[in-house]
Design a protein around this ligand. Structure first.
Ligand code: PLP
Length: 419
């Protein structure tokens, strides 16, 4: 079976039908071995720092911790997730980094109290942190003045981006850090998702220039995340050897110039978890409307928002309820249960509904939306009062329930009726 086959009998060795029977639908299923393989791909970097926001389930974090990855967090509760998954708050190489453009009151309190390393993306963060925790090390996230992203919404560099310290203000920020007795020990750039080699070369050039400006205290460089994965058969992936080579050459030039070792970090989210994830849904209606054939499933954009947010493409496969793996192909549109016309998984950017060649299917067949491990479950919502999906981690041939499906009581637990 090719990895893009449109009929799927199993996930990580477990029949899809059995997973649906045991755990219900919609359910996210993660393949632990795929996550480990992706960490292994990046061993040449001194630090692989996982961007927790891509998939923050505690079991996934614990798996990544055991696989040797450290974490990058963007909120107080992401820090608490990392702690709950067994990460130490501080260490020689910080196990947990907080990267953001602001501190809300909770995150400032938490990083000060627990000694979490901070990667500052705005001058105000330097002032606020310096007031509370003088003497600490910080890193600076620099916006190099250009960016890249698979969609305008994921572009995280350039003048239109809110992220990072504007490159022309680096000098002022270094001075501000010094006034607050904060040591700037590293620089960081994350310019967006879907980075290619040409952009990486630009990033390396910009980091090198910034590091020489920042001077001899720089001990670590993070080239950020953004490593792409193939969502379509025709998508090209990045040559990791060449990717590392570019970064390593820049690091070596810096070591030469600064006269000491400089550690190289990479900070992927999507790359580590996207391919491990499968959203398993059940087809509950098959409708013909004029020339269109609709497969309507019990998962919607409350479970997977990437198609409606970015027009993202995900491979889709069918697990036939009768086990018949010889279904002819038809063109179908796949939609969910929400009272919203945008609740379509087969749409392009701008909300254009697209047909997809898929096996002929019937009510009761399972439909699997693939490569949904990154920015899938974490973007889930309770829209239409739908419970958050269950999550399963398959490890060593055993499916573990790592998130129960939400109940009505949990969904309404924080609400109250006055009077
Ligand atoms: C989102 C994010 C990442 C990960 O991006 P991917 O495209 O998932 O690799 C890394 N670093 C920071 C600061 C981020 O905000």
């Amino acid at each position: 079976m090719s990895s893009f086959s449109m009929l799927r009998a199993e996930i990580a060795g477990i029949p899809v039908l059995e997973l649906a029977r045991r755990f219900g639908t919609p359910t996210f299923v993660y393949d632990a071995s795929m996550i480990r393989r992706r960490v292994d791909d990046l061993r040449r970097f001194d630090t692989v720092r996982y961007a927790v926001k891509a998939c923050s389930n505690l079991a996934v974090l614990a798996l990544l911790r055991r696989a040797g990855a450290l974490v990058d967090t963007v909120s107080a509760f992401e820090i608490r997730r990392a702690l709950a998954a067994g990460y130490q708050p501080a260490g020689d190489v910080p196990p947990i980094v907080y990267t953001a453009d602001i501190f809300d009151h909770d995150s400032l309190e938490l990083v000060v109290e627990r000694g979490i390393h901070v990667n500052c993306g705005s001058p105000d963060m330097i002032h606020q942190y310096g007031d509370r925790a003088p003497g600490r090390n910080i890193t600076l996230r620099v916006n190099p003045g250009f960016g890249h992203g698979h969609s305008r919404k994921t572009n995280t560099g350039g003048p239109q981006s809110k992220h990072g310290i504007w490159h022309e203000q680096l000098c002022d920020c270094l001075a501000a850090a010094q006034r607050h007795d904060l040591n700037v020990t590293g620089l960081h750039m994350h310019i967006g998702s879907g980075t290619d080699m040409e952009h990486l070369a630009q990033v390396c050039g910009a980091i090198e220039k910034a590091a020489l400006e920042a001077g001899p205290e720089i001990r670590s460089i993070s080239v950020g995340g953004g490593l792409p994965i193939a969502y379509r058969e025709t998508d090209t992936t990045v040559d990791l050897g060449a990717y590392f080579g570019l970064c390593d050459a820049m690091r070596k030039r810096l070591e030469e110039a600064l006269g000491h070792a400089v550690a190289l970090e990479i900070e992927p989210g999507r790359y580590l978890v996207a391919e491990s994830g499968f959203l398993v849904a059940e087809i509950r209606a098959v409708k013909h409307q004029a020339d269109n054939l609709f497969y309507l499933v019990d998962a919607g954009f409350n479970n997977l928002a990437r198609p409606v947010l970015y027009g993202s493409y995900h491979p889709i496969s069918i697990a036939p309820a009768d086990g018949d793996m010889t279904r002819p192909e038809v063109e179908a549109i796949v939609g969910g249960p929400l009272c919203e016309s945008g609740d379509i998984f087969t749409q392009e950017e701008g909300g254009i509904v697209a047909k997809r060649r898929l096996p002929r299917a019937a009510v009761g067949d399972l439909l699997v939306i693939e490569r949904t491990g990154a920015y899938g479950a974490v973007m889930g919502s309770n829209y239409n009062s739908k419970p958050l999906a269950a999550e399963i981690l398959i490890d060593g041939g055993t499916p573990h329930l790592v998130r129960r499906r939400q109940t009505f009581e949990e969904l309404t637990a924080d609400e109250s009726i006055p009077g």
